[in-house]
Design a protein around this ligand. Structure first.
Ligand code: HEC
Ligand code: HEC
Length: 388
């Protein structure tokens, strides 16, 4: 009874005239599809360290270790900074040299089927080999990585604990380093947010819980699942359908050079010797490589980028593949004033300029902010855990 009175009071406070936003059955279905959180997940069959305590512990050390880079100064965590929601707050990533793309958060990457903004990798571990060996990123090599690993007693011990043995072959050793890094990253999951509490209250029909969610966020959520069409692409518990799309973000890099996004990503993942169809995968079932075998590069992939998940989005700006949009207000303005000329010929039929009123724009931002915890997740530091 007391909670009912409180709920009525809360409603009255938020919306003096009407009872506030009430969602239709159709809207309710669309909202419920964005949870529950955390979402169920399966270990990666292509990586035998996936989901193992020893693999996660070993990967944890490696992720923070700058000795994996040629300069000895860059770790994965230099760009995927735990205190910055595992991103870097820069427009584009900066390693040994500036990169062309914005650094995505590695929170929730265990749910991604394609890695990289162009999906140039089909597993977390095959992706990890790219920053390790890319000259502009950590600039190392298979030989240097293997040499370093063999020279460090503590890491050697952790390697054996995670994989059973230290392979003689340098390439295999580098692949296993990447697999441990993947196992660690799979353990990074964003916290529950006020949106999740609202979503679960909706599932339970809990009026008190519903009333706690701000009215502005409810109005923004209605645009998100309704006329904004946002949830067509930003779908499901992570707020991404895992696919690629062109939303009219310019993809010129410098005069005469473009980032063709998914178009070149498909070519890269198909010829990647570390993809799921290759011999480095630990998967026994050939079905594990179905996605890569069925990929076909088409013209429409030109200028498409991966649909980013939106959890913790308040802490991961600047936004878009090259950090072109500084704030969430800028992103909402992009969708509101969308330049359809920028969407290429056979581009998205889903997108139309929304011409949002200033209040509706603020509502949409208010909703997006409820997908983040008030503070970025707390930094993780490797706990001293002996290995001998
Ligand atoms: C110099 C900065 C930098 C360093 C160092 C770095 N990254 Fe990244 N990371 C990036 C950028 C930029 C991207 C986007 C790349 C792209 O789209 O091709 C990225 C993308 C990723 C992704 C893909 C995420 C997604 O949602 O698709 C993962 C996973 C990742 N990095 C893990 C790592 C690991 C593991 C290491 C260490 C071995 C590492 N990164 C080192 C900047 C960096
Ligand atoms: C056709 C699919 C599609 C639709 C519809 C769509 N988005 Fe996006 N969204 C994307 C893609 C793709 C990107 C990344 C573009 C890039 O990297 O250049 C993106 C980026 C974003 C980002 C930036 C995230 C980041 O980490 O950089 C936000 C926020 C966002 N969208 C919110 C929305 C909202 C709000 C709507 C509805 C008004 C919406 N999106 C509709 C595909 C879509």
């Amino acid at each position: 009874m007391r909670s009912l009175v409180l709920a009525l009071l809360a409603c009255a406070a938020a919306a003096p005239s009407a009872a506030g936003v009430v969602f239709s059955p159709e809207e309710k279905r669309a909202i419920l599809a964005h949870g529950p959180w955390p979402a169920p997940w399966q270990t990666d069959a292509s990586n035998r360290a996936s989901g193992t305590a020893a693999g996660i512990d070993y990967g944890h050390r490696l992720f923070f270790d700058p000795r994996l880079s040629a300069s000895g100064r860059l770790a994965c965590a230099s760009c995927h900074v735990p205190a910055l929601a595992w991103s870097d707050r820069r427009r584009v990533g900066v390693g040994n040299a500036p990169l062309d793309r914005n650094t995505p958060s590695v929170l929730n990457v265990r749910h991604e089927r394609w890695l990289g903004r162009d999906g140039a990798s089909d597993s977390l571990w095959s992706h990890a080999l790219k920053p390790l060996t890319d000259e502009r990123e950590m600039g190392s090599s298979v030989g240097a990585l293997a040499g370093f690993l063999r020279s460090d007693a503590d890491l050697r011990c952790r390697h054996v604990r995670a994989f059973g043995a230290l392979p003689d072959d340098d390439l295999l050793l580098a692949v296993e380093i990447a697999k441990a890094l993947a196992a660690f990253q799979e353990s990074l999951v964003s916290s529950r947010t006020s949106f999740d509490r609202f979503r679960d209250a909706l599932a339970r029909g809990d009026a008190t819980g519903l009333a706690r969610y701000p009215e502005a966020a409810k109005r923004g959520l209605r645009i998100f699942v309704g006329r904004g069409n946002c949830a067509v692409c930003h779908f499901g518990p992570t707020f991404s359908n895992g696919e690629f799309a062109d939303i009219g973000v310019p993809f010129f890099l410098r005069p005469g050079q473009v980032d063709s996004g998914r178009h070149s990503g498909i070519a890269r993942v198909q010829k990647d010797r570390f993809n799921r169809a290759g011999s480095f995968s630990d998967a026994r079932d050939p079905k594990d490589a179905v996605a890569i075998r069925h990929l076909v590069q088409e013209h429409r992939h030109w200028g498409e980028f991966k649909v980013p998940g939106l959890r913790e989005v308040a802490h991961t700006g600047p936004y878009m593949h090259a950090g072109s949009h500084a704030t969430l207000h800028d992103v909402v303005r992009h969708y509101s004033e969308l330049d359809v000329e920028r969407l290429h010929a056979d581009g998205e039929r889903i997108l139309r300029p929304l011409f949002l009123t200033p209040r509706a724009s603020l509502d949409l931002v208010a909703f997006l902010e409820t997908l983040s915890a008030p503070q970025p997740p707390r930094p993780i530091r490797p706990r001293p855990m002996a290995c001998s």
